[in-house]
Design a protein around this ligand. Sequence first.
Ligand SMILES: *[C@@H]1O[C@H](CO)[C@@H](O)[C@H](O)[C@H]1NC(C)=O
Ligand SMILES: *[C@@H]1O[C@H](CO)[C@@H](O)[C@H](O)[C@H]1NC(C)=O
Ligand SMILES: *[C@@H]1O[C@H](CO)[C@@H](O)[C@H](O)[C@H]1NC(C)=O
Ligand SMILES: *[C@@H]1O[C@H](CO)[C@@H](O)[C@H](O)[C@H]1NC(C)=O
Length: 362
Amino acid sequence: MTAKFRQRTQLHLLTGFIAGFISAFVLLIYVYDVNHTSSCWPSTVPITTTKNELFLTQPRIESLTIGPRVLCMVLTCPENLEREAKNVYGTWGKRCSKLIFASSENYEPLSVVQVVEADGGSYADLWNKTREGFRYVWQVYGQDYDWFLKADDDTYVIMENLQYMLSYYDPDMPVYFGYKMTRYNVSYMSGGASYVLSRQALNRFMLQAYPSEIICPRPKKMGIEDFYMGICLQNVGVHLIDSSQALEADDKPKFMPLDLEDYLLSSNSSSLPDWLHLMSLSEVKTGFNCCSKHSIAFHYTSPERMYLYEFLLYHLQIFGHHIRTEPVLKQISYVELTERFPLENNSVITNLQEMSEKPNNF
Ligand SMILES: *[C@@H]1O[C@H](CO)[C@@H](O)[C@H](O)[C@H]1NC(C)=O
Ligand SMILES: *[C@@H]1O[C@H](CO)[C@@H](O)[C@H](O)[C@H]1NC(C)=O
Ligand SMILES: *[C@@H]1O[C@H](CO)[C@@H](O)[C@H](O)[C@H]1NC(C)=O
Ligand SMILES: *[C@@H]1O[C@H](CO)[C@@H](O)[C@H](O)[C@H]1NC(C)=O
């Protein structure tokens, strides 16, 4: 073997080694990305396996000229910007009158605002993030919008239907909408399905509930965001309005706590999770009966699914179908509100300080 030949062999070996190393590294990154789980939400959130290319197309955040003004506060975390937050921004988020992402780090291009410390944004801190998110929104925009929607970054919201339902209500009345659930005889709105506070409800939350640990659970690890929000709001005289009762002549739910596919593909509701049956107010239906034709929000929407919904709802036109106009609703009076949606009996909520960190079955 000549020295030159040996040198070449070594060079090949070296090249092979480097190439192998690089491909292993790329593979590792890819595998890591595929199995990437979000740190904002518990592991029950379905993880999709395809890589998502950057869809960011600089959408204009335009306000709808008609209808009530809705500020959307979407909870997210730094790990979810690339997929979840970006796709909310690129789809339904642009139809909010104002879109804010509440996170533990700022990111201006997507309107992401840091509302908690950098190390205070994990799933365990969700209650604090929600409280602080609402505090930020109230301080900066509290009087500029009529309604305040809280959604997660895996919720898809149909803004026009939300505005249609809200147009029936006065934002200066203390009301809060969503998918109403009951746990420990306490009513609240499911968090993942998103919920909406009137300006008046947000004012009461910030002025009366937020500062008092008697009225509203203090921030603590593993606080159950939606359940606690229900406690705080009913303790300050906010009326809970289940979306299935919010519009007359439409008794189906409009904020869906599960993936739409789970409802549509189940032949009967026994295949849906037990907690849903246990905590829902009325019978859970499947198939096309699951959800209102004025549905507002779907939980567990993968970033890919957001674009599917977006296309089907806002781009696809069916030949021969005409847009039906909905009747204009007359706003409900305060008397009617208190008759149809009486305040909750909150006598079961007694000692918040002694409430366990994480009640059983949550
Ligand atoms: C909640 O967040 C605020 C703002 O970051 C912080 O000052 C506070 O210590 C947090 N509380 C808890 C219990 O994490
Ligand atoms: C809820 O209320 C019912 C009737 O008042 C009572 O029997 C039941 O024990 C309560 N459940 C819980 C978990 O407090
Ligand atoms: C509901 O579906 C399950 C299978 O998914 C089946 O075992 C059950 O008998 C069905 N129940 C009714 C009432 O149809
Ligand atoms: C509220 O519930 C408690 C206990 O279940 C009951 O004793 C009380 O009468 C209820 N109050 C109202 C106003 O319904």
